[in-house]
Ligand binder design. Structure first.
Ligand code: ADP
Ligand code: MG
Length: 692
């Protein structure tokens, strides 16, 4: 007998190998283990024959191994096993990477199930790449013909995890239901034990979905309760009252190097109105890359500073924080506003016309003194760092939506219990129904039109070396005109997470060939913050013509002289991400071109053509959602690092139900005083969302 909250070590009858696997999973309780949701299911009741295998769709086949051998490779860390599979309708090839031990388990003549997606690969031909497999006589299949496919980490194999799950589910006691009975009834949710069984041992795909639905409902309900309790608490705390200062607003606008667009004015105006209320502002400023969100933030910050308080502006990276500080310094020149830059590598105070470098201690002291506009990375938001007179917190999270969700759960309380106003900025268009669920009843301002005089970025899709050479030619021509270019490399080797190898190899290749007379600079995640800064500064100061970088340039980097971007292996990126990337150019009145260089793969080419056709970020994001089904675009990260572990963007229907349930519960019991269990679970949700 096994209880939901028992430690996983209580699971009986595991082999020592299975125990080791369990340890690797880093789960504490049986409940944690059983909350690992299948990514999808293999349907062994619906087997496909080789002759009818569709490209790019998950399928399961029963086949015989015709040939299997290790293929020699020159790359040390990679091992390749090639095979040929057959059934009575034909043969198909298969490639397994980095599973050398397979040769000990399988040999020609064996019957196996494989499940995965067949693809056309430029190098390996048409076939399966690293599909799952099991011997055709395996007992796990006897249990039912629908087998869960779990997300895997490290050394854990699908087969072992399936076995462990099966044992755990078998021994599981009844689970106490934390949801009120009337809610369970109203939304026809299965009880928790039934749901767990449906998820891990389904007899059909429909019943598996029914089980998952219960967990999605719970997840969103607790998230919504946490969100709404936070909001109620913030409202009760009250916010500093920022009086709109009309003469200052006029002076500020007059001193800007450009005229604000109508949408920028509307955005700022909405914030000013919000901040005059005693209820803390919670506004999202949504606008495509390059639409000019920063100046709106700068304007709001100036107004709050003017009223006598501090402001914090948080950016996702050091580079971006530094750039925001430089931008604000420019906007604030004639206004005598104290500006403090706080990143892990640099701390500067710009005050009274001087710029001083500060020690960490001095920076902390200056922050504590208050009445300052502080710019930094998200660490700035940590409570002990916030000045006591913080009246406005602004978060430039770009498309990193998970961060915004976490912040939605935050109440930044000052020592006097007041709560600062909050302005988030994002370039991700979020459908309204999802926004309501993810962010609660948050106010949204949209910047739709881009600043006048902008030339839209022309995007061209190129294929292979011929295409690449055209892009290099364009770079050379741009450089002779005194313009600059970005070259973005994808991460090729999985061990090269920070892109150091990709970027350095690319720089080496370009220097010794196609771009040998051009001044190149590198930028990747493995460089120290100081080196990154130097690269960016040198590039900005035109000490180099081309910046070769990983997607670190994706976020907010503003180099107006850059008019060309070349994105290598463009097919490896999502559309929304490519759109973000190309937003780095087209920032001046000169024409800009983004070259997407793809290897020759038909499917992805038609997808990339969308970017040739439209420059509208909303349209691109919509296509991206359609193609990828869901997206980490919205903070539903498959890896489990997002706020939501179970819900997916397409669960909008049930999310809305859970939201309604939360609203109703709180209307009847605003502090959940009569629902201890719900309160507890909401609190757990809040805490785990922040711990990550
Ligand atoms: P994003 O919305 O992507 O954060 P930014 O705030 O970085 O965009 O603005 C992009 C560029 O447009 C900056 O160089 C900025 O100075 C410029 N800009 C912003 N607003 C205007 C405007 N109203 N007129 C002209 N240029 C503008
Ligand atoms: Mg920006």
């Amino acid at each position: 007998m096994l209880a939901w909250n028992d430690p996983v070590t209580y699971i009986h009858g595991l082999t020592s190998q299975q125990r080791r696997v369990l340890k690797n999973l880093e789960v504490e309780t049986v409940g944690d283990l059983l909350s690992i949701m299948p990514r999808r299911y293999d349907d062994y009741s619906n087997l496909v024959k080789i002759a009818y295998v569709p490209m790019g769709e998950p399928v399961t086949l029963k086949v015989k191994i015709k040939a299997l051998k290790k293929q020699p490779t020159f790359r040390r860390r990679i091992s390749i096993i090639k095979g040929l599979l057959e059934d009575e309708t034909g043969t198909i090839s298969v490639t397994w990477f980095n599973q050398p031990w397979m040769l000990e388990h399988l040999q020609p003549g064996d019957e196996i199930y494989v499940s995965g997606e067949a693809r056309r690969h430029p190098k390996y031909g048409t076939g399966f790449v690293s599909p799952l497999w099991e011997p055709a006589n395996d007992e796990t299949l006897a249990a039912g013909h629908i087998a869960p496919v779990y997300p895997l980490t490290g050394q854990v194999t699908q087969k072992t995890l399936r076995k462990i799950m099966k044992i755990a589910v078998q021994d599981l006691d009844d689970i106490e239901d934390d949801l009120p009975a009337d809610i369970v009834k109203e939304y026809s949710l299965p009880d928790p034990l039934t749901a767990v069984n449906l998820i891990h041992k389904p007899d059909s795909l429909e019943s598996a979905e029914k089980g998952r639905r219960r967990f999605v409902f719970e997840e969103i309900l607790f998230y919504q309760l946490a969100l709404r309790l936070a909001r109620n608490r913030a409202d009760a705390g009250g916010a500093p009252d920022i009086k709109f200062n009309q003469s200052f607003a006029q002076k500020f606008v007059a001193g800007l190097p450009f005229e604000l667009t109508p949408d920028q004015k509307r955005g700022a105006w909405a914030c000013f109105q919000d901040m005059e209320k005693s209820r803390p502002m919670r506004r999202l400023l949504q606008g495509d890359v390059g639409s000019g969100k920063t100046v709106v933030a700068a304007f709001c910050a100036a107004m709050v500073y003017r009223a006598g308080y501090s402001v914090a502006l948080m950016a996702p990276t050091d580079i971006l924080a530094k750039q925001h500080a430089a931008t604000l310094e420019r906007f604030y020149q004639q206004h005598n506003i104290s500006l403090l830059l706080l990143t892990s590598s640099a701390r500067y105070l710009m005050e009274g016309g001087e710029t001083i470098k500060l020690t960490p201690l001095k920076a902390k002291e200056r922050l504590a003194k208050g009445r300052v506009v502080a710019v930094g990375t998200h660490a700035l938001l940590e409570r002990e760092q916030c000045p006591a007179d913080l009246a406005l917190a602004m978060v430039d999270e770009q498309h990193r939506f998970g961060v915004a969700q976490r912040e939605a759960l935050t109440v930044l309380e000052r020592p006097d219990k007041m709560v600062p106003h909050l302005l988030s900025m994002t370039a991700t268009p979020i459908p309204r129904s999802l926004a309501l669920t993810l962010l609660g009843d948050l106010d949204v301002s949209i910047i739709k039109t881009k600043p006048a005089g902008r030339r839209p970025v022309v995007t061209r899709l190129l294929v292979g070396d011929t295409g690449r050479n055209m892009a290099y030619q364009a770079i050379k021509e741009a450089v002779t005109r005194g313009e600059q270019a970005f070259i973005v490399c994808p991460l090729i080797d999985p061990s090269d997470k920070l892109g150091a190898k990709s970027v350095e190899e690319e720089v080496f290749r370009l220097k010794n060939g196609p771009l040998k007379d051009i001044r190149l600079l590198a930028l990747h995640g493995k460089m120290s913050p100081a080196d990154k800064d130097r690269s960016m500064d040198d590039f900005k100061n035109k000490q180099a013509d081309v910046l070769v970088a990983t997607t670190v340039v994706e976020v907010g980097v503003d180099i107006p002289e850059a008019t060309i971007m070349v994105i290598e292996s463009a097919e490896r990126f999502g559309l929304a991400q490519l759109h973000q990337l190309r937003g780095r150019i087209g920032r001046s009145d000169k024409p800009s071109t983004c070259y997407l260089v793809a290897s020759n793969e038909e499917a992805s080419l038609s997808r990339l053509r969308i970017l040739e056709k439209t420059n509208d970020g909303f349209a691109v994001a919509e296509e991206d959602l359609k193609i990828r089904g869901s997206g980490n675009v919205l903070g539903f990260e498959q890896s489990g690092r997002g706020v939501f572990k179970i819900a997916r963007p397409e669960d909008v229907g049930i999310m809305t139900q859970a939201r309604d349930a939360a609203v109703k519960l709180l209307a009847e019991d605003p502090l959940l005083a009569g629902h201890e269990k719900l309160k507890e679970r909401a609190e757990v949700m809040r805490r785990t969302a922040h711990a990550e």
